[in-house]
Design a protein around this ligand. Structure first.
Ligand code: C2O
Ligand code: CU
Ligand code: CU
Length: 501
């Protein structure tokens, strides 16, 4: 078996990448010892240009070439660049127009993950942008200040296109965030961190679905990228840093903390500020989830952002087989980012306890409960690489021509999400920010009381969320709900709902 150590050695020694995949504990011996050698890239901040009453963003999707490793060119996909895209700065209450052009040789889409908007502007699998064409959605920003993101959402292609780099961040600001005394200088004390794992082959190309467990477990890699940087370091110049974290991986979960065991403050969940900042040592993020944290930077001492084991990575009923399938490496300890304090740290004001007034998650006025059950066909067909009906919600695989659910505009519903498979699945709902009522009838985790659009549902777990459908009805254009493990989504663990007026 080829380990990560071999991979790293191969690159630094000869400029040649040694080999492709690795399994199991590839991080443990190498990653903790390896040097942080690359300055963290910060995605450029894209402020809109004003076109009449709208704020416009030009987004050009194109093929790129990236040097993740010195001297090795890797074909990638980027937006206005080679890998990933710019961070879009939007304001609540403004009208935006996204001028999306597709210079790939294949169709794609761009989806605005977490945004509340009309379905025809959502950028899901129905809003295909053909090769060489443009798409110009326009909508009002109604979301609260937080960190959102955009990514490709082409049916059966989401996983491969995002894996190559088709994603970027969206920052929304509003009156509340204007007034909160928080670090807000982008790239200085307000730092985006897009976490992604990737796998490369011997020529430096990104590998995709190259061996059997990739479909079942979702694509995982043995190289960590942060904003597209390998082994990155970041120089802190202030004594507090706000990190905007996105789990932009196709399938990997992260359980984040710091090497010296320090606590930090979580201030947002997916769709807005938490009512109060939460002091914690660990932050668990499944694919698609975001969180902003504030970290105190120590003087004269390097700090390392690290992944730690978590019981939430548990797979049920798979035992050794699960181990063999490579899924348990989410539980490895490995380093992600080194933070180097500069000589004089500029002092920042302290983070306020109270951040926002959240409406009560009140289940009294609920129109109805809908149940969604995620399942994976684990039979021989699946093992032989046949996809048919292996990944389902309520027993059905995704069909673009079928509307699975019809909800009424203005209604609040309970969606009961359950998981009958042996793996945890992050369930995501388009258009809405929901509230988590309970997990297995017990209160959700402390950091799950705010607005969420993606929630991890563990094996045998039942998570109930409270979701309201407001503002936009359209009987013809559906929104998606799906597992955010992109290979599961592509293989059918997705459904469609319309909001009827
Ligand atoms: Cu982040 Cu349907 O997607
Ligand atoms: Cu989404
Ligand atoms: Cu899944």
């Amino acid at each position: 078996m080829i380990t990560r150590r071999t991979l790293l050695k191969g690159i630094s020694a000869g400029g040649v990448i040694a080999t492709g995949f690795s399994l199991g504990n590839f991080y443990t011996d190498s990653a903790l010892a390896a040097e942080f050698e690359n300055r963290l890239k910060i995605p450029p901040l894209l402020r809109p240009t004003t076109e009449g009453a709208v704020s416009a963003f030009n987004l050009n999707i194109r093929n790129g070439s990236s040097q993740f490793f010195k001297g090795v060119n890797t074909p990638t996909i980027g937006v206005n660049g080679d890998y990933l895209g710019p961070t879009l700065l939007m304001r609540k209450g403004t009208k935006v127009r996204l001028n999306v052009s597709n210079d790939l040789e294949e169709p794609t889409t761009l989806h605005w993950h977490g945004l509340h908007l009309p379905a025809k502007n959502d950028g899901g699998p129905h809003q295909v942008v053909q090769a060489g064409e443009r798409w110009l959605p326009e909508f009002e920003i109604k979301n609260e200040a937080s960190t959102y993101w955009y990514h490709g959402h082409m049916l059966h292609k989401t996983g491969s296109q995002v894996w190559k780099g088709l994603a970027g961040l969206i920052i929304i600001e509003d009156e509340n965030s204007d007034h909160l005394p928080l670090p807000k200088q982008y790239g200085v004390d307000d730092i985006p961190l897009v976490l992604q794992d990737r796998r490369f082959n011997e020529t430096g190309n990104l590998e995709y679905l190259s061996f059997m467990p990739d479909l079942m477990m979702g694509m995982r890699g043995d190289v960590m990228l942060v904003n597209g940087s390998v082994r990155p370091w970041f120089e802190a110049t202030t004594d507090k840093i706000r990190f905007r974290l996105l789990n932009g991986s196709n399938a990997r979960n992260y359980n984040l903390g710091f090497n010296d065991g320090r606590t930090f403050k979580q201030i947002t969940s997916d769709g807005g500020f938490l009512e109060q900042s939460i002091e914690t040592k660990r932050l668990f993020l499944s694919p698609g989830e975001r969180a902003e944290i504030i970290v105190d930077i120590p003087k004269d001492q390097k700090l390392v952002l690290r992944n730690f084991p978590s019981s939430r990575n548990r797979m049920s009923g798979m035992g050794m087989m699960g181990h063999m399938m490579g899924g348990v490496d989410d539980n490895e300890r490995y380093d992600i980012l080194e933070i180097r304090p500069s000589e004089n740290l500029k002092p920042m004001v302290s983070v306020p306890e109270k951040l926002v007034n959240l409406p009560e998650a009140n289940a009294d006025q609920v129109a109805r409960t809908r149940r969604f059950t995620m399942e994976m066909g684990m039979g021989m067909g699946m093992m032989m690489g046949k996809r048919a009906n292996a990944f389902t919600i309520n027993g059905r695989s995704m069909d673009l021509g079928r509307i699975d659910e019809r909800v009424k505009l203005g209604d609040t519903e309970i969606w009961e999400l359950s998981n009958l498979s042996p793996l945890p699945h992050p369930f995501h709902i388009h258009d809405v920010q929901f509230r988590i009522l309970d997990r297995n009838r017990r209160p959700p985790y402390a950091n799950e009381h705010g607005f969420k659009d993606t929630v991890l549902v563990g094996p045998q777990e039942v998570v109930r969320v409270l979701v309201s459908f407001r503002d936009y009805a359209d009987e013809n254009n559906p929104y998606m709900y799906h597992c955010h493990i992109l290979e599961h989504e592509d293989a059918g663990m997705m459904g469609q709902f319309v909001v009827e007026g």
